[in-house]
Write a protein that binds this ligand. Structure first.
Ligand code: PBG
Ligand code: ZN
Length: 324
């Protein structure tokens, strides 16, 4: 007449609940994306509480220092162009914004892990992630430029380079270029399962990287695919990727889980700008409680299997105000 097993015993007090907790997000699980450029620090339209930072802005370094004091260990750097051209040559300039910023970061915070996004879309007029010829994205020509960017980031001191372009064969090409130049210890975090998603809008306004024509559907994965995500991850693994990524995160928790189960290398998940913005708007409209929704979001991504969570919610999670 009594229930044989009372699961509510597991929930009877805060102490018991904490003791039995399976998944807790730690500050060291997080990677914080930041946008830097040679222009002035400014707000980003349609991307609440994020900034385009000037690479020397003392406020940025103060702000980062607070995050690091609270346990954040790594950042993912995105460059914003001041001069775009047909091939994206600002992307691999030794004195480009990303390169200068990475040097400064490694000097100021030597123990912090600095990852850099490697792609052409921000640096090129057409906004595509690959070289464009007659309206087509040319895979193999793109690889050389991506490798130049990756090498210049590694030379500046980046610990991790993260190609986000979705061209075939880029991990192998970049690995070879890094090794030839003796950057044996620079990791490659590959955006392996990157979907052609509707959730990148705020990012594109931050990086001014929206494609000038067409869309990214000939290189990013169609949202219907799951076996293909495995294949992408498998190829990146074979080509030497050190970390594989799933992007976006929240609508793709199944993919995170599968990659975590099938691969022995770390999996990262990118909680992208659109996911951030919709939750942020919900918080601002008082639909969600800020602390609880962010905790739930990040916990879900970790529970699915992400070893690294790339998220704009780092300041909120660590309770650091952006300009304090
Ligand atoms: C571009 C790139 C994108 C993001 C990271 N690198 C967007 C895109 O494919 O246009 C998205 C990040 C985000 O939305 O937060 N290579
Ligand atoms: Zn791109």
């Amino acid at each position: 007449m009594f229930p044989t097993r009372r699961l509510r015993r597991y929930r009877k007090s805060e102490g018991i609940r904490k003791l039995l907790s399976e998944t807790e997000v730690l500050p060291s699980d997080l990677m914080y994306p930041i946008f830097v450029w040679d222009g002035r620090t400014e707000e980003i339209k349609g991307f609440p509480d994020q900034k385009r930072w000037n690479i020397d802005d003392p406020k940025l370094f103060k702000f980062l220092e607070k995050l690091f004091e609270r346990g954040l260990l790594s950042v993912l750097v995105f460059g914003v162009a001041t001069e775009k051209d047909e091939i994206g040559s600002e992307g691999w300039k030794d004195d480009g914004a990303v390169q200068k910023f990475v040097k400064k970061m490694k000097k100021t915070f030597p123990e912090i892990v600095v990852a850099t996004d490697v792609c052409l879309c921000t640096w090129k007029k057409d906004g595509h992630c690959g070289v464009v010829e007659n309206g087509e994205i040319i895979n193999d020509k793109t690889l050389e430029y991506l490798a130049k960017i990756a090498l210049s980031h590694a030379s500046a001191g980046a610990d991790i380079v993260a190609p986000s372009d979705m061209m075939d064969g880029r991990v192998k090409y970049i690995r070879e270029k890094l090794d030839e130049n003796k950057f044996f210890n620079t990791l490659i975090m590959s955006y392996s399962a990157k979907y052609s998603s509707s959730l990148y809008g705020p990012f594109r306004s931050a990086a001014e990287s929206a494609p000038a024509f067409g869309d990214r559907s000939t290189y990013q994965m169609k949202i219907t695919q799951s076996k293909e995500a495995l294949l992408e991850a498998y190829l990146d693994y074979e080509e030497g990727a050190d970390i594989i990524m799933v992007k976006p995160a929240l609508f793709y928790l199944d993919i995170i889980k599968t990659l975590k189960e099938k691969f022995l290398i770390p999996v990262s998940a990118f909680n992208v700008s659109g996911e951030y913005s919709m939750i942020k708007l919900g918080i601002k409209s008082e639909i969600f409680d800020e602390k609880r929704i962010i905790y739930e979001t990040l916990t879900a991504i970790k529970r699915a299997g992400a070893d690294i969570i790339i998220t704009y919610f780092v300041p909120e999670f660590l309770e650091v105000k952006i300009f304090s």
